[in-house]
Design a protein around this ligand. Structure first.
Ligand code: XIL
Length: 357
């Protein structure tokens, strides 16, 4: 277990003169220990976030303690997705998302909305929806505008559309594209804008670090939006990475993002280690060091390539290794985050701070 740290301990072992019946003899005084601990976000030149789960926030004091102490930006890992917020056509379930928004407000954290439109996490009533294109359009618009209006003034930024493209740069065949045509994406941004003219609107996706075809498709989408006057303010790059990802690829993603001129959010960063999906892999100091080096490189590359005014920040996808989605996604054990299963800081934690210098 590595307790790295920017924990500064000032130990002053002092002695004091005490007076005894026979004269003055030194009486030992216990050392005064002053621990000045740190908060990750205070070291970073841009907002530092984590995605969080609501039941962990409510029921695990270590977890909520780390969230409160280390991060100044929060994303709901699942609580603002379509299926979570809008389980039946006329039912909205705000409780979990409202809990998080109230927490963020009470604790001075920024809250980033994720996500208004995605091809996943759709409730059955949507996948089974049998209306014509006008009914689909109305359903899409109603969902986006009800959600954005509900959080207006509280959630200042949104992933409006998530994962619209395939890795080869073609448009994914989602229920949305099937029922509304490919340009529905532009209307999502317009609907969000109408509901909250002040919200910062992102297009979010993964794979920028390995697919130049996807980067090109996203760059083309953004320039066509600009030409057509479709509101878009930010590009979210998820960065669910392997520790073997190359410097060149990471730099290419950063250069692309800087070139959009929009705000850039590393929106779901995690760095996985089990590239061969070995069921028997164990987390060693050597792997921890390699992972830390990658975290440092990513943060450094972001900070160097993205102009200040475009730095929306970096968000890791959850907090501790035991909370990560990666093991179930990959079907193998992994340790992708800066905190271990006990919420102790891993070498990656210090590396993030180093990368931000
Ligand atoms: C994941 C969550 O982490 C899981 O808990 C959930 O079961 C599935 O979704 N890209 C995204 C995120 O934009 O919303 C996904 O989150 C991970 C991939």
């Amino acid at each position: 277990m590595i307790y790295f740290l920017l924990t500064f301990s000032f130990i002053s072992a002092c002695t004091k003169k005490g007076v005894t019946a026979g004269g003055t003899t030194p009486v030992p005084v216990p050392p005064v220990v002053v621990v000045v601990d740190t908060n990750l976000y205070k070291f970073m030149p841009f907002p530092m976030g984590a995605s969080v789960g609501i039941s962990l926030m409510k029921n695990n004091a270590k977890y909520s303690g780390v969230v409160g102490k280390e991060y100044n930006s929060i994303t709901a890992e699942n609580a603002m997705k379509f299926g979570a917020l809008h389980p039946a056509e006329n039912t909205y379930n705000w409780a979990d998302a409202d809990y998080l928004v109230a927490y963020a407000q009470a604790n001075g954290k920024r809250i980033h909305g994720h996500t208004l439109n995605w091809y996943q996490n759709l409730p059955a009533w949507v996948t089974n929806f049998s209306g014509d294109s006008i009914a689909w359009e109305n359903m899409l618009k109603t969902h986006i505008q009800t959600v954005v209006a509900h959080f207006k003034g509280k959630v200042a930024s949104w992933d409006v559309v998530n994962e619209y493209f395939n890795d080869d740069g073609t448009i994914r065949t989602s229920v949305w594209v099937k029922n509304l045509g490919p340009d529905y994406i532009a209307r999502c941004f317009q609907y969000a804008r109408q509901a909250d003219p002040d919200a910062i609107l992102f297009y979010n996706d993964y794979g920028h670090e390995y697919s130049s075809a996807k980067r090109t498709a996203i760059a083309n989408l953004i320039s066509s939006f600009k030409t057509r006057g479709i509101p878009i303010h930010g590009v979210g790059m998820q960065f669910h990475m392997t520790y073997t990802q190359t410097d060149a690829n990471i730099n290419a993603a950063m250069a692309f993002a800087a070139g959009t001129g929009l705000k850039v959010h590393l929106s779901e960063l995690d760095i996985r280690l089990n590239t061969n999906k070995l069921q028997t892999l164990v987390f060693t100091d050597a792997l921890a060091a390699q992972q830390a080096a990658r975290y440092k490189f990513v943060v450094q590359a972001y900070n160097a390539a993205i102009p200040k005014a475009q730095q929306f920040g970096i968000t890791t996808w959850n907090v501790g290794d035991a909370d990560s989605w990666v093991p179930s996604w990959q079907g193998a054990p992994d340790w992708p985050l800066p905190f271990d299963a006990n919420y102790l800081r891993k070498p990656a934690y210090k590396a993030i701070i180093e990368g931000g210098k």
